[in-house]
Write a protein that binds this ligand. Structure first.
Ligand code: PMP
Length: 284
């Protein structure tokens, strides 16, 4: 049985509880992070902490713990649960109070929950064969830059994609792709330029995106941060997505239209290898 962390305690998963009045449960008033574990070490922990603190501050929420304390909890959970490859999930909610739309003025203690999951991230069949995605309207709230647990639309959309035989969705706002259900979206144009939407409130500022954009720039691969349309994506040479758990995942069809020759392309494959190598080397 897994050991999880709840508000200062390490507990067996079946003994860990959160109040029914928790605002994370009632209002999705909570933010989270997912940090990958390779070889028992944490990938880009500090990037995830920086984004967590930004999400908290955008929502006027507190985290009464230092980065060093949160790191120590991550490491302890990885150790006691023998995670060599997988994830650490961290969630912070505003805390529990009588149900009210207004944020309580005082006296609230945030709820802090962390747990681990074993997962094959590196040797992942969809990573090798490529993902089939379908496009759907982006009907999420318009602060997608804040990593809240308000994930119902993405969850519904991904489930519908699965029911239709696809792996994931790419969401579309005003004719332009924003991102995947839980990943950032990229194409490689016919002229070889990597295109991904620029940072704004319309997408999550992916930690993997940041690393992959830096890799591409270091390798002097042409890269443009701008919106792209679904038509542009369907006629691209390659497509791929990035996330902490999917790393760099090739996309081989969009709305049933084959991308390139239907196999993972050379740009996505190269970026996956380089990202994997550098994130492993820098994991802590
Ligand atoms: N966009 C969305 C909507 C996501 O949920 C995620 C995964 N958390 C990402 C992008 C990728 O972010 P990261 O690379 O930090 O995992």
């Amino acid at each position: 049985m897994r050991t999880v962390y709840v508000n200062g305690k390490y507990l067996p998963e079946n003994e860990a509880t959160v109040s029914v009045f928790d605002r994370g449960f009632l209002f999705a008033d909570a933010v989270y992070e997912v940090t990958a574990v390779f070889d028992g070490r944490l990938v880009d922990f500090h990037g995830h902490m920086t984004r967590l603190r930004r999400s908290l501050s955008e929502l006027q929420m507190e985290l009464p713990a230092s980065d060093a304390e949160i790191l120590a909890i991550h490491r302890e959970l990885v150790r006691v649960n023998n995670v060599t490859e997988g994830i650490v999930y961290t969630q912070v909610s505003r805390g529990s109070a009588d149900r009210d739309f207004l944020f309580p003025d005082v006296g609230l203690t945030s709820t802090v929950v962390l747990f681990t999951q074993h997962k094959n991230l590196i040797d992942n069949p969809t990573g090798r064969r490529g993902l089939h995605v379908i496009t759907v309207p982006d009907q999420r709230w318009r602060r997608c830059d804040i990593k809240t647990v308000q994930l119902l639309y993405s969850s519904l959309a991904k489930t519908r994609a699965k029911q239709q035989g696809a792996d994931d969705v790419w969401m579309v706002l005003d004719g332009f792709v924003t991102e995947g259900s839980s990943n950032n979206a990229y194409i490689v144009n016919q002229d070889g330029t990597i295109v991904t939407r620029e940072l704004s409130n319309d997408i999550l500022h992916g930690i993997t995106r940041h690393a992959v954009v830096r890799c591409a720039r270091n390798l002097q691969m042409p890269l443009a941060e701008r919106p792209f349309t679904v038509d542009e994506a369907r006629s691209a040479r390659e497509a791929f997505s990035t996330s902490a758990t999917g790393l760099v995942s090739p996309v081989t069809s969009i709305d049933g239209v084959t991308i390139g020759d239907g196999k993972p392309g050379p740009v996505a494959t190269r970026l996956r290898d380089i990202y994997l190598e550098s994130s492993r080397a820098n994991a802590i």
